[in-house]
Design a binder for this molecule. Structure first.
Ligand SMILES: Nc1ncnc2c1ncn2[C@@H]1O[C@H](COP(=O)(O)OP(=O)(O)O)[C@@H](O)[C@H]1O
Ligand SMILES: [Mg+2]
Length: 348
C-alpha cells in the first residue's frame, strides 16, 4: 500500500489513527486524529505531535521489535484525567517497517464516570437527610419523649412526612431509570392528548384547590392524536402542572394551552404544543440551561419544604425525548414561567 491507499483506509475508521514510518515521521492521519491533535499532523514527527515519554518509548519499541504495544498518554495542556489510551501495531510500509497508532480519548468515558459518581453522591445525600431526621426522632421517642403524648404525636407526624419524602425520592428514581432505559424505543400506541390533558387537570385539581390556585385550559378539546405512552405523557403534565401550582403562588392562575402547529420547524412536520403557564415569580435566566438536570433546584430549601425531589423536570425531559418531542422553557422574573412541550402529531 502506498500512502494514498493508507490515507483512504484510515479515513474509513472512526477512531483517531496515525501511520508512522521507521523515522517516526507521520505519513498519514485521519480526521479524528487531526481533531485530537489540533490540526494537520502529516509530515511532522511523532514526537512533535505528542511529546509524551510513554508514547515515544512504545513507538520506538514497536518500530524496533515489530511487536504491538499498549500505553497511556496525556494530551498537552490537559490534566491527567483527560487521558488517551494508545495502541500501536507494527505494519509494513512499502519495504520498510512502520507503525499504526490508534488513540482513544478517555476523557468522555471519564466524564461519564464523574457524572455517575456525582449522581450516587447526590442520591446518598438526599436520602441521608430524611434518614438522619427519622433516626433522631426514634431516639427521642425511645428516651426523653417516651411518656409525652403530645410530643409523640408531633414527632410521628414529622416522621411520617420524612418517610414520605424518602418514598417519593425512591419512586422518582425508579421512574427516571425506567424512562432512561427505554428512551431509544419510540412508543407505538396512539394517545388522545386532549383527553390526557383533561385527566391531568382533574388529577391536580385537589392540589390546586388546596394551594389557592385556579386551573384554566385553552384549546384542550377535540381529538389530538399523538404517538405516545399514555402513562408517561400523563406523568409529564402532572409534573409540569404540579410545579406551576407549587411555584406559581396562591391566588394566581395556571393555564394549560393546547395549540396545533401545521409545520414545526425543528420537528419538520405537524405538531402539537402544550404550554403550562404560571404567573409565579419566574426563574432567572442563568438557571434555565440547568433546570432539567437531576437534583438541580433554584432554591433547594424551598423545593424540599414543598416535598420536591428535584427529579421532576429530569423525568419530563427524558419522556419528551423518548417521544421525539421538544421541551422549551421561557421565564421572566416577576412575570412567571411557561413550560412548553411540543410533540409530533400522529398521522391520520
Ligand atoms: N413553574 C416554575 N416556576 C419557578 N420555578 C420552577 C418552576 N418549575 C420548576 N422550577 C424550578 O426548577 C426546579 C426543579 O424542578 P423539578 O425537577 O420539578 O424538582 P422539584 O419540583 O422537586 O424541586 C425547582 O426546584 C424550581 O426551583
Ligand atoms: Mg417538581
Amino acid at each position: 500500500m502506498d500512502s494514498r491507499d493508507w490515507q483512504e483506509a484510515l479515513a474509513a475508521v472512526p477512531m483517531a489513527l496515525m501511520l508512522i514510518d521507521s523515522d517516526e515521521r507521520i505519513l498519514a492521519a485521519n480526521a479524528p486524529a487531526r481533531a485530537l491533535f489540533g490540526g494537520a499532523v502529516e509530515d511532522r514527527l511523532g514526537a512533535a505531535v505528542l511529546r509524551h515519554p510513554a508514547f515515544l518509548d512504545a513507538l520506538a519499541r514497536v518500530l524496533a521489535q515489530g511487536e504491538p504495544a499498549q500505553t497511556r498518554a496525556t494530551l498537552p495542556g490537559r490534566s491527567e484525567e483527560g487521558g488517551l489510551s494508545v495502541h500501536i501495531s507494527p505494519v509494513r510500509i512499502g519495504q520498510g517497517n512502520g507503525a499504526l497508532a490508534a488513540f482513544e480519548d478517555l476523557s468522555a468515558l471519564e466524564q461519564a464516570e464523574a457524572i455517575r459518581r456525582d449522581f450516587v453522591a447526590n442520591v446518598s445525600h438526599e436520602l441521608r437527610t430524611p434518614l438522619t431526621a427519622l433516626i433522631g426522632f426514634i431516639e427521642t421517642l425511645k428516651g426523653p419523649a417516651r411518656d409525652d403524648a403530645a410530643a409523640r404525636d408531633r414527632f410521628l407526624a414529622v416522621m411520617e412526612s420524612e418517610a414520605g419524602r424518602m418514598m417519593r425520592l425512591v419512586s422518582d428514581l425508579l421512574s427516571l431509570s425506567r424512562v432512561q432505559a427505554e428512551e431509544r424505543r419510540r412508543p407505538s400506541e396512539t394517545v388522545d392528548l386532549a383527553a390526557l390533558l383533561r385527566r391531568a387537570i382533574l388529577t391536580q385539581s385537589a392540589l390546586a384547590g388546596a394551594s389557592g390556585v385556579t386551573l384554566e385550559t385553552e384549546g384542550v378539546a377535540g381529538d389530538v392524536p399523538v404517538r405516545g405512552d399514555s402513562d408517561q405523557l400523563l406523568q409529564v403534565f402532572l409534573n409540569l402542572i404540579e410545579n406551576a401550582v407549587k411555584y406559581g403562588g396562591a391566588g394566581k392562575t395556571v393555564t394549560l394551552r393546547l395549540t396545533r402547529i401545521d409545520r414545526e420547524p425543528v420537528l419538520k412536520g405537524a405538531a402539537v404544543q402544550v404550554d403550562v403557564i404560571d404567573q409565579g415569580e419566574g426563574i432567572d435566566a442563568m438557571h434555565l440551561p440547568r433546570l432539567t438536570e437531576r437534583f438541580y433546584r433554584v432554591d433547594t430549601h424551598r423545593s424540599r419544604s414543598q416535598g420536591g425531589t428535584g427529579l421532576g423536570l429530569a423525568i419530563v425531559k427524558h419522556i419528551v425525548a423518548r417521544h421525539r418531542g421538544r421541551l422549551r422553557i421561557e421565564s421572566e422574573i416577576g412575570r412567571g414561567s411557561t413550560f412548553s412541550v411540543i410533540l409530533p402529531l400522529a398521522a391520520g
